[in-house]
Design a protein around this ligand. Structure first.
Ligand SMILES: Cc1ncc(C[n+]2csc(CCOP(=O)(O)OP(=O)(O)O)c2C)c(N)n1
Length: 545
């Protein structure tokens, strides 16, 4: 009878589930999983830190709609996975961490890197499990995939005691499981009738679009619903679910829209801090919340009706229910008022978009990136100031193609997200517009990207610190040593370090040619743009407020 090693069983279970790429840092007792994946012909991305590898995996999973896989050794290797698990769970991105742990016969006796890793991961994971035999690896992976993917996606942890991956078993004793076909949850017809009535009689209806709608590919149906004259506001990572150049896109008048609406329908988002804990609506607004997780319906928002259903299915049903019925809001001035407010807000920032000043205004960088990007680019924005400017100024046009610090506001996700997205969609341009702190927090992914042949472009907007010099000069004792401001380091040298395309820009008119060269190079590139460290965000241009 043929024998098979545990690591190979794990790899085969993943491959059978359609997962062809794994990420991680090679370490015992999981080397056999990496070896198994290579033997199965999978792409194995060996990272430089589990945290970076985890964020790469999450972005890969978000793009592929499959769980990203992060494989880590034991002890500190697994504690390094806690942040990616937390971020994935909170940002609803599917991630499975396969973590090795101490050998069972050493636990309690001071085994190497011994830690109750299941307990350590539990608070930040959607689910945790421990493989109890090499025979059942396939079954445990089957369970982990379901937990990571179904309902609201998130991060899960599966523990591999030290002996599991190296152990050999008779191939016939391995337990393999097949994925079920899962039907999308459809909305209750009575609820649809009620929402259709509310939308028909609303004077100021508003659609809200969250990541769940992006995940459900609800964009086309939501666009048609909005075409009935209903404005919509997107959460930052749901941008592009409907292309941002839709005339009813209301993010630039977000506060006005949230405060003014009398009927709000939220599709696949949560009323957390990103939507002001649901506290920004008019007291008498009717709020309908559509989500796959019914527990979301009790939140800071006074939800009138919760519908446990898929966002796309619900939008389609609503569209059908409203067919041929004129909406009271049509021609009421609500939509025109929002467009007018959006125009006024955008006007306030217009002049800085073409600012010719030296040192460069960061708004000018974002404007140049906006004009140079292909429409289908996958864009990651990260930093404090620069992420805010991108949120206000940089559109997205394609579903699930906009990433940022997400629900946890975690710095260090951006550079790995750019690489993970590029690996998931190598035919599209994956670009990161990253603050110098943000890029620096994970910059060694440049080496990983070069090694695995990924071709993303990093645009590093260097304002010399955490929000430029704003914190250093404004909030710390005058003349104190630099802790929030950083050196004007030449991050383009990191591209040179690995033989990739490097650009350094310090004049505004040089930005576009440098971007064109980098975007057209067809290779890994770092575009380093030195900007004004004293520049700050224009008040009113942060549409999240
Ligand atoms: C993991 C983590 N550590 C610390 C912070 C606090 N923090 C918020 S923004 C930021 C850095 C912003 O600087 P940069 O990336 O250079 O972008 P800028 O604001 O200058 O455009 C930090 C450290 C955080 N959000 N996440």
């Amino acid at each position: 009878m043929a024998s098979i090693q545990g690591g190979r069983v794990a790899a085969r279970a993943l491959k059978t589930a359609g997962i062809d790429t794994i990420f991680g840092v090679v370490a015992g007792p999981m080397i056999e999983v990496f070896a198994g994946a290579q033997a199965e012909g999978m792409t194995v991305v060996g990272g430089r830190h589990e945290m970076n590898a985890g964020f790469m995996a999450s972005a890969w999973g978000w793009q592929k709609q499959k769980p990203g896989i992060l494989v880590a050794g034991s002890g500190p290797a697994v504690t390094n996975c806690i942040t990616p698990l937390y971020v994935a769970t909170e940002s609803a991105m599917p991630l499975i961490v396969l973590g090795g742990s101490a050998f069972s016969n050493t636990t309690g006796a001071g085994g190497f890197q011994e830690l109750d890793q299941v307990a350590a991961c539990k608070p930040v994971a959607k689910w945790t499990g421990r493989v109890d035999s090499t025979e059942r690896i396939g079954e445990w992976i089957h369970l982990a995939i379901g937990k990571a993917l179904e309902g609201r996606p998130g991060g899960v942890y599966l523990d591999f005691p030290g002996e599991i991956a190296a152990h050999r078993i008779d191939e016939e004793t391995a337990v393999w499981r097949t994925a079920p076909t899962v039907a999308r949850p459809h909305p209750d017809p009575d609820a649809i009738a009620r929402v259709a009535d509310l939308l028909e009689s609303a004077e100021r209806p508003l659609l809200l679009i969250g990541k769940g709608a992006a995940w459900a590919d609800a964009g086309p149906a939501l666009a048609q619903l909005s075409d009935r004259g209903i404005p919509y506001v997107c959460s930052p990572m749901a941008r592009g679910t409907i292309p941002d150049d839709h005339p009813n896109f209301a993010n630039a008048a977000r506060s006005h829209a949230l405060k003014g609406a009398d009927v709000v329908v939220m599709f696949g988002g949560r009323f957390n801090w990103i939507f002001g804990m649901g506290r920004r609506f008019a007291p008498d607004a009717r709020i309908i919340h559509v989500d796959v997780e019914a527990e979301e319906f009790r939140s800071g928002a006074a939800v009138t009706l919760g519908i446990t259903a898929d966002a796309a299915a619900t939008a389609q049903r609503l569209l059908a229910a409203l067919e041929g019925r004129p909406l009271r809001s049509e021609g009421s001035g609500w939509l025109t008022g929002i467009r007018e407010q959006a125009r006024r807000n955008e006007e306030g920032a217009r002049s800085v978009l073409t600012d010719a000043a030296v040192p460069i205004n960061p708004y000018r960088v974002v404007a140049e990136v906006r004009d140079a990007l292909p429409r289908d680019a996958i864009v990651t924005a990260e930093g404090e100031m620069i992420m805010g400017i991108c949120r206000a100024m940089l559109p997205s046009y394609v579903n699930r193609s906009r990433l940022n610090a997400g629900t946890t506001g975690c710095m260090g996700v951006g550079a790995p997200y750019v690489v993970g997205s590029s690996l998931a969609a190598p035919d599209r341009l994956s670009v990161g517009i990253l603050g110098d702190y943000a890029f620096g927090a994970a910059a060694m992914v440049v080496e990983t990207a070069a090694r695995v042949g990924a071709k993303p472009v990093f645009v590093v907007v260097n304002n010399e610190g955490i929000a430029g010099h704003m914190i250093q000069d404004g909030m710390l004792p005058p003349g104190s040593p630099r802790i929030a401001s950083l050196l004007p380091a030449r991050y383009d040298k990191l591209a040179e370090m690995v033989g990739a395309h490097a650009e350094h820009v310090s004049e505004p008119d040089a930005i576009r040619p440098a971007l064109d060269r980098a975007f057209g190079a067809g290779e890994l590139a770092v575009v380093h743009v030195q900007v004004d460290p004293k520049a700050s965000r224009i008040s009113g241009s942060n549409y999240l407020q």
